[in-house]
Structures are given as structure tokens and as C-alpha cells.
Design a protein around this ligand. Sequence first.
Ligand code: NAP
Length: 524
Amino acid sequence: MTVESSVRHMEVGLGMGKNPTLICAPIMADTVNQMVELMHKAKFKGADIVEVRLDHMKSLDPRPDIEMLIRECPLPTLFTYRPIWEGGEYNGDEISRFDALQLAMELGADHIDIELKAAHEFMNHIRGNKPEKCKLIVSSHNYEYTPSAEELGNLVARIQAAGADIVKFATTANDITDVARVLQITVHSQVPIIAMVMGERGIMSRLLCPKFGAYLTFGTLEEGKVSAPGQPTIDELISLYNFRSINTDTKVFGIIGKPVSHSKSPKLYNRAFKEAGVNGVFVHLLVDDVKKFFETYSSPDFFGFSCTIPHKEVALACCDEVDPVAKSIGAVNCLIRRPNGKLFGCNTDYIGAISSIEIGLQDGASQIGSPLAGKLFVVIGAGGAGKALAYGAKEKGARVVIANRSYDRARDLAELVGGQALTLAELNSFHPETGMILANTTSIGMQPNVEETPISKEALRYYELVFDAIYTPKITRLLREAQEAGSKIVTGVEMFIGQAYEQYERFTGLPAPKQLFRDIMADY
Ligand code: NAP
């Protein structure tokens, strides 16, 4: 995207002031009393404003209920009475709905929301009698897709023409690049704007909106209790994403993957950014088409990316410049957008994994050279992580064997590192010697499929050490059974921490806060 920023390099110590974008907590409950309780909870959690979803109440006695909601609310209010035809719960007549919203305005609501489709009728209904204090949000929701930039521009014009003080539209992301059009509209809007892209592929729109000047974002009280798909919690916004510190100059970092929501990277980097005063935010990026992603988000504002399953090899092909080791491995897991717009890729996986396995093998006695030298090193998987492990083991003087679901890929990788290829089926009976090293680099056994394992427990007794790249869960079935079979184990958390040190230093030019990373990951 072409959103411009005057900052072309990482800045330290900036962005710590509070941006003006509000955090709005949607309040949905059956009764007025429950609503009031949730309003106080929203304030306690750090919301700036609450959206009172009148349509979620079991029954509404407009005057006393709205009076009490306004009187008892500890925060500014936004009243929404969303009809079924716009994705809400209200199923009654329009006159009663308009009357309730008008009453809310008269009783002191700070904002009311009216749908674009009903705005003309509503304006006629209130005959222009809107208290000065109350801001009118005119909203439009598209639950299917995100229209073109031109169509979005026309939509905003129609919303403004309908009399909006604040423009609101929410669309649906079918691809993460849909968000770029919405951020573009946000940054250029002449009027206050709330612009969201719903769904997991649109989450970035909800987190980065202060950078682009949006009026508010929605943050839920609890996980899963959303009023629209993809909403983060208030806790996540404030504590995980440092939402208050995001400003125009904030650099965007993220992990590209599919699936990606399991990744702990945002927790690690955002905490480290906060402690070091780095003006950056790190988000999950659910990407389907890597090439399209990098073509769309080509501004240096989108500065650094981690890359995970299944994109590491395709990502390499998107780079203008590739580190020679990553080129040999054939996969990148860390990408940086240079100030001149060129994309640089490197691989920090192999350092993280190999060093943690070496540490796992060391028995305290000082040793010359790598403890991997001369060992038979079996890698399961031939994707990005598999290639990194195979390359790293070969570099350390191990004899490498590759077993993979797609045998052709195992054979290609084996040829590359001068090793032997196996099918997954051959793995259980492959034990030419004892004291071997096993490294799983597939997603077999990863959440939610935690009962899966790539090799029988019986076969594990031939291995001195078993490593699993998976880190959710930390102890996979493979590692549990390896322990029971008497092998040493090294978890994917160790690899994750090792590769993250290296990435952090490349992203920021600062030394990685190693103890902080270890402390954060100790909880997993
Ligand atoms: P990738 O490039 O997509 O490669 C995936 C590999 O897993 C391929 O060899 C694939 O076999 C195999 N595979 C996938 N699903 C399978 C299944 N159901 N049965 C058998 N084999 C299967 O992914 P990656 O980036 O290398 O990541 C692989 C794993 O390592 C992931 O679980 C990831 O979370 C983990 N990882 C962890 C760290 C860390 O820091 N701890 C770092 C990187 C990766 P085919 O060739 O037949 O498709």
C-alpha cells in the first residue's frame, strides 16, 4: 500500500503518547442491570466508550431503560439498535426503533448509530432535531466481501451525504489485501471515520487503525463475546498490541502464515518493543497469497515479517535480496523491507534449532567441535523448517536422512544435502544404529491434532535425542513418548526462542532481550 510516512527507519523512544483513537466496548446483555454491570467492567478494563446494543436486550421499555443506561454509564455512550436486516437482533417495526434512538439522543447519548439504508427515513423522522452533543454515526455493513477502492469511496460519499457526523463501514475480508483498501480510505478521510474489515483476515484493520487515524476500534470484554467477527478483546488491544502507543510513525511487523493465530510471536515482540521503547507493533497476518501480500503492502511502513507454515519457500521467491544461507536452505523465515522498498529475506530457523539441539546433547563436559558431528540425523519433513534443520545438521558434520510425506520432496532435499531419503512409512523400521538424532519438522502433533505422532514409540529407543519443531503444545506426543523411551528431548519452544533472538536483532538493530523472551515463553 502507498500510505506515506515520513519515517524511513526504526525509531526508538517514540510513539509512547496516547493516540486519539478510542477503544469502544460493545455491550450486549439481556437486561438493563446486566448492561450496567458490563459498562463498569468495560471502564475497569480500559475502554473509552461503550456501544449499547439495544437490540440484544430481551425486552426494552424505552424511557426508563435508556434513562438508566445513560445515567449509570461511567463512560461516554454509543447507542445502536441494529435490525436483523443489517446483521443485528432487532425484529420490530422501524418507527419504534427510530423512537428509541431519538429518545437516546434526547436523554444525552453521546453517539447514536443509524444504518445507511435507514438514514434518510430516520432523518425525516427526527426532522433535524439532533442535540448538538450527540454525534450521528451512519453505518454500512457488508458481510460478504470488501468492495473496490472506488466503490468504497462512493460508499463514504453516500454516508456523508446522509448527514453523518462520523462515517462507519464494516466489510468482510476474503483476503488480507482487502484491508489495504480500507486503511487507505481511513487515512484519506476528511471526516471522522470508523472503518473495519471483519473476519480473521481483517484483524489488522482493527489493530492498526490508530496509525491511519480512525475514530475508534471495537474491543470486547471477553474472548469470543463479539458483536462482529474478528474483534479483539480490550485486554489484547491494550496489553498485547500496545494499542495506545500506535501512531502514524509506528512500524508494522507481523507473522505471515496459514494458520497463524496460534503463533506466540506477537506476545514476544510487542512486549520487547514496549520495554525497549521501539515504535512498532507486531500482528498476526493470515495470508493466502504471499506474492499478492508483498505487492500490496510494499510501503516501508510494513517493515518486518516472520514467516511460518506454509509460506517459507514462496516467500523466498518474493525477495529482491536473499541471504546466502537462506538461499542454500531454499526458505526464508524473516523478511525486512529496506528503505528503498526492496525486500530482504534470511533464515533464522536453522540457528535456533541447531543451537538448541547442540545444547540438548551437551552433557556438561567441554567438547571440541559440534556434538552433532558424525551423528546420524533424521529429519521428518522437507518444508521450510525441514530444509533449515537438514542444512544446519549437514553444516555441523552430521549424516542427514530425510523422511517426508511427499517422497519426491524428501529425495530432492536429500540430494541437496548429500543425504538419504525415506518415506514416512519407512521411518518405524529405520534403525541402522543407536544414538541417532530425530527432528520432527512437520505439523503432525500440532494443536488441535495433539494425539498424532510421526513415528512409533517403539522406534524411538534408537534415538539419543528427539527434537520437535512444534511449540503448541510444548510437549507433543512425540516428545512425551521419546522421554518415556529414554531419549533426551528438545522442544520447539527452544527453537522458537533461538530464532526469535536473531529476528529481533535484525528487525530493530538492538540486542534481543533474551531473559524477557525466556520469561514470556516459560508460561507455555
Ligand atoms: P512447511 O514449509 O509448510 O512444511 C510442512 C512440512 O510438513 C512438509 O514436509 C509437509 O509434507 C509436512 N506435513 C504437513 N502436514 C502433514 C501431515 N498431515 N502429514 C505428514 N506430513 C505433513 O512448514 P514449515 O514452515 O516447515 O513448518 C513446519 C512445522 O514446524 C510447523 O508445525 C511449524 O509450526 C514448526 N516450526 C516451528 C518453529 C519454531 O520456532 N519452533 C519454527 C519453524 C517452524 P509435504 O512435503 O508432503 O507437504
